[in-house]
Design a protein around this ligand. Structure first.
Ligand SMILES: [Zn+2]
Ligand SMILES: [Zn+2]
Length: 47
């Protein structure tokens, strides 16, 4: 799956991941590879 545009969390960096939970496109800084979800979803699920 390809992702285009800016990270929807920081809106400053190029998005390179697509979250399958919320559908947001996020940059590396806001992607949690271990969880396979964006930082927003990870923070909402667990500390
Ligand atoms: Zn970001
Ligand atoms: Zn998400």
């Amino acid at each position: 799956m390809s992702v285009a545009g800016l990270c929807q969390v920081c809106e400053a960096a190029q998005a390179s991941h697509g979250c399958s939970r919320c559908g947001n496109a996020v940059c590396d800084d806001h992607w949690n590879d271990a969880a396979g979800a964006c930082a927003t979803c990870v923070q909402g699920r667990q500390q």
